[in-house]
Design a protein around this ligand. Sequence first.
Ligand code: NAP
Length: 503
Amino acid sequence: MTAAAQISSSSRNPKVVIIGAGMTGMLMTIKLREAGITDITILEKKETLGGTWRENTYPGLACDVPAHMYTYSFEPNPNWSHRFALGPEIQKYFERVGNKYGVTKDINFNEAVTSSIYDQGKWTVSTSKGNTYIADFVINSTGILHHPAKPDIKGIDSFKGAIFHTAEWDHSVDLKGKKVGIIGTGSTAAQVIPEVAKVAGRFSIFQRTPQWILPLGNKRFSEKFKQKLRDNPNRLRRLRSLYEWSLQNLMTKAVTGHQPQRALFSAVCKLNLRLSIKDKALREKLRPDYAVGCKRIIVNKTFYNAVQRDNVDLVTDGIVEITPKGIKTSDGKEHELDALILSTGFKPFNFMRPMEVRGKDGLHINDAWDKKIRTYRSLFIPKFPNSFLMLGPNTPIGNYSVIAMSEIQCQYIIKIINRWKQSEFDAIDVKDEAVNRFSDYMRKGMANTVWVGGCQSWYLDGDGDPVLWPYTWKQWVTEMAEPAMEDFVTQHFPTEVKNINAA
Ligand code: NAP
């Protein structure tokens, strides 16, 4: 028997806990199983899978990444109804995939993780149901944009009408013919506003900062087109490749310092504003004073039309306070409202929190990240061995597909776990010097990006540093291809310790 065969025959099967059954949690489950890792516990706080696509149900909800690219690479879908898939359709896609791959039946639903505590190669994960799971690895598939940020505006609790955040849409409120207000004009608002404008009696949009908009419409696909994709998987693959090429070589490069692409996007967005908005004064109110891409580029062809409807007002005077009747602005006007929609974004740096997460020597995640959120290759948090953070900071989030990103991260994680399987180590942590090197590398790249252009956005941490990937997609894929083992510190534990921990 060869040495390799001896190693593989003695290979261990790790216990893995996956927290969250959204897009990344499902993906991890499918791919770990394919890699022969079968002892998996999936914990999901809610009653269904789908993550962000389950949570968000606002009118107009769609994905602004082309649908044929916003799918798992191993589960293409020729049946998307639109170029940018609608929210409910995406949720159905994930439900279908969950059933097809046998993930759904194994999810522990309605079981929220309360704490996750590390000690000598093992994680103890406790849940809202009073259960405790011991794991060799924990994968935090908890998503990024899932904690709604509600504005801290004076008087907000005094408002007597209906008030809700877009991520907690209150479908019991009928907006038809009502005086409706919305705070915020980000990616979500750009999708909500055209829908609400169709039904509201009077609709006031409270804009603090205008946004650049890329005019790509949401084309509906004909049955004939879908049939062609069903009949010819190569055609479907080519379509996906075309979108991938466009995003990698045009949009991603435009924001990471490539001048021709930057100039192109800038020209298109500026022309869009000029051609779409007839009234000069309104046009100036909608003109951002920062570079295209500094905030996430909005992909939309209906927002500008909605803003010009007779029943819609764009309010750019600052909000002074919210009153029982509506919103008071800095010009002294009180805008009376029956309902107020908060399209004010999310707290992007919570990640897996408020779970209590403790790494080596009882280190709490809040203390580890007290001064700054630090990771290595987005996935590793120093002093939190054997755990991974999906879609962590410095993942190339921008306008690219988070599914494609997760697939790359998934391969990387499996390579690490495979080494554990072969008993190369019991615990793996990242070296501090590797984290520092990674942070320096990120900082250096940021200088060329459009995100440091002086605008405020959720891409920036508390110090004003962007937490995206500042290089090309290709570079990220190349660097994520193989873990650099010299960047890690590994440990073995005596069998007695392992047995005590596993008991
Ligand atoms: P966002 O981009 O963070 O926008 C929040 C909006 O609320 C901004 O216009 C912000 O103004 C405004 N705002 C926040 N606090 C305010 C206050 N106190 N007073 C007045 N205005 C206030 O949030 P989002 O639109 O929900 O989008 C977040 C992210 O979700 C997107 O960038 C995207 O990654 C994701 N998303 C994706 C899709 C998709 O199609 N794939 C759709 C929706 C969302 P300022 O600009 O002045 O801060």
